[in-house]
Design a protein. Structure first.
Length: 341
């Protein structure tokens, strides 16, 4: 069955947001969504199928993320320009000057964790801050729910991480998993899978895309003694879901540093953000100052002290990792706040 071009683009995530960016003079250029980004090459998906993308000599693959939309010259498959993103997931990596691009134009971030020792509230909060800052809706996905007697304790802990947070528990191997995630994987919608290695991301990808056999993403188990898994996904890639949308698979992340996510943290710790204006001092650290509304909430049992500790740790890390602009007006350069040792 040959699909209508406009319908094909919508299935890939094309929307009015991108269409409005096209100049009338660019009517002959081909919209393509980036599906893989490697060090020296990129591939994409167009309305007519996969395409190898060619870049001008002065353009680097590191300027692009899986999920980006680009316009191609039809004869040469040369990228003419990248369209503006409506969302960008990125993370700071140790020693790197620029952040690493995770995925672009993602509607929903599926944060995958398993119902075992992998579940870690502090790590999940980092993913939530990342999603909040990018303007992407987060959903916590609890896998391996079939391997425990009662999933309720895990759901309760996950739901407490952020207001109105959606939590879904499932067995990633079963077809019902695709049904449970159908509200976010429909026509034109894009989800991204993030989480540690061994939690079932690749298995869930195969279920969402209907892949099996040689076309399936390779999966791997975890060590039962520490719930750690090996990296079975080594690069980011875009795939079509059975529901008519797209899913971006990502490698497992062991360490996720926060940087430049102040707004994301405010949303994540909304109960602390809302209490702060009631503190006696505007620059209250919520640690020892008199008249601190946040500490009063802790004393009254309305705020978990462990939650406040995690807020403080993430806030300090974000402050240290977020560059500040210094120098003459109009010629400012970013510099790290981190103290030299």
């Amino acid at each position: 069955m040959v699909m209508d071009t406009a319908q094909s683009l919508v299935a890939l995530g094309w929307s009015a947001f991108f269409e409005e960016q096209r100049d009338p003079a660019e009517a002959d250029l081909t919209p393509v969504r980036v599906s893989t980004v490697h060090r020296s090459r990129m591939t994409g998906e167009s309305a007519t199928g996969p395409v190898r993308l060619n870049l001008p000599g002065n353009v680097k693959t590191t300027d692009f993320a899986v999920g980006d939309w680009v316009l191609l010259a039809p004869q040469s498959d040369m990228v003419v320009r990248r369209l503006e993103r409506h969302a960008l997931l990125q993370r700071k990596t140790e020693g790197a000057r620029l952040p690493q691009l995770i995925a672009a134009n993602v509607d929903t971030l599926l944060v995958v964790t398993s119902c075992n020792e992998d579940f870690n509230s502090a790590r999940l909060e980092r993913y939530l801050a990342l999603a909040n800052e990018a303007g992407t809706d987060p959903v916590i996905v609890l896998t391996k729910a079939d391997q425990i007697v009662d999933v309720t304790p895990f759901r309760t802990q996950a739901e407490a991480l952020q207001r109105s947070l959606t939590v879904v528990s499932l067995n990633a191997k079963e077809p019902e998993a695709a049904e449970a995630l159908a509200p976010w994987c429909g026509p034109g919608q894009t989800v991204a899978l993030v989480g540690s290695s061994g939690v079932g991301k690749s298995t869930l990808l195969n279920t969402l895309t209907g892949k099996s056999g040689k076309s399936a993403q390779r999966t791997g188990g975890i060590r039962e003694d520490d719930a750690k898994g090996r990296h079975t996904t080594t690069s980011r890639s875009l795939h079509s879901t059975q529901g008519g949308g797209c899913v971006i698979d990502t490698p497992g992340i062991r360490t996720l540093h926060v940087s430049d996510v102040a707004t994301g943290l405010e949303m994540l710790f909304a109960e602390i953000t809302e209490l702060a204006p009631d503190c006696r001092f505007r620059d209250c650290t919520h640690a020892h100052e008199p008249g601190c509304a946040v500490q009063a909430a802790v004393a009254a049992g309305d705020l978990d002290p462990a939650r406040l500790d995690r807020w403080r740790k993430l806030s300090e890390e974000n402050r240290d990792n977020t560059p500040i602009s210094t120098g003459p007006r109009g010629n400012k350069t970013p510099q790290s706040r981190r103290k030299k040792r």
